[in-house]
Design a protein around this ligand. Structure first.
Ligand code: GRF
Length: 223
């Protein structure tokens, strides 16, 4: 069983999905600590509901990024964390942090990277006019949302989508793939080769694949 340290800033639905997967015995891990930089994050309540230790480390604790990160690193080490899980943690990490946990920090991003890194990406996907977006779990490196990709899930973007409806569709996929990615790590099935993450013994998809809008039921196009 691997030991997780989950970093949060907000609602914590991904944290909840991880806790639920553990309780359902689909994920062979324990959440040993939840760290929040926001004292009002609902994620804190979710952790407490499951008797998980919570450490609130305010942004104001230190103005220098490296000093702040040193406190987080020390906290994660105190709980002997094997894998650091970023779950809506709204802070960039310093290289010092990345070096302390090389290829042992995962993040989830609500777009199909490398498209739309950064913030407000559901709006960016709608404004760009893509027909698909999705969620990406990746290891964290020094860049913003640039680390090696572990798993992606695809969702359609519809003409009448708002930021909120698209975010909700993506979030459901996040809750499915994040616990699974962590389980792959726990099973030792993730092999990093340069930028690529090879997932040992993974299944392949069968065609037909996806299109949006749907072609196959569009009868006049098939004539
Ligand atoms: C998710 O959309 C995640 O991809 C992004 O921040 C959001 C966090 O949601 N990094 P929650 O706090 O897990 O509900």
């Amino acid at each position: 069983m691997i030991r997780l340290g989950v970093l949060v800033s907000g609602n914590g639905t991904n944290l909840q999905a991880i806790i639920d997967a553990i309780e359902a015995k689909k994920l062979d891990a324990g959440v040993n600590v939840v760290i929040s930089n926001n004292p009002n994050a609902y994620a804190i309540q979710r952790a407490k509901n499951h008797n998980i230790p919570v450490e609130v480390i305010l942004n104001s604790t230190s103005s220098a990024r490296e000093d702040y990160d040193s406190i987080i690193i020390e906290t994660l080490k105190r709980y002997s964390v094997d894998l650091v899980v970023l779950a809506g943690f709204m802070r960039l990490l310093s290289s010092k942090f990345i070096r302390a946990f090389p290829m042992r920090i995962m993040n989830i991003h609500p777009a199909l990277l490398p498209a739309f890194p950064g913030l407000n990406v559901q709006k960016k996907a709608i404004d760009y006019g893509v027909k698909f977006s999705g969620a990406t779990v990746h290891f964290v490196d020094d860049g913003v949302d640039t680390g090696p990709i572990i798993i992606q899930a695809v969702v359609p973007v519809y003409d009448d989508d708002t930021e909120e409806t698209l975010a909700e569709r993506i979030l459901k996929e996040e809750h499915r793939i994040y616990p699974y990615a962590i389980q792959l790590f726990a099973e030792g099935r993730l092999e990093i080769k340069g930028r690529r993450v090879i997932v040992k013994d993974s299944k392949k998809l069968e065609p037909p694949y996806l299109e949006n809008p749907v072609v196959s039921s569009n009868k006049h196009l098939l004539k």
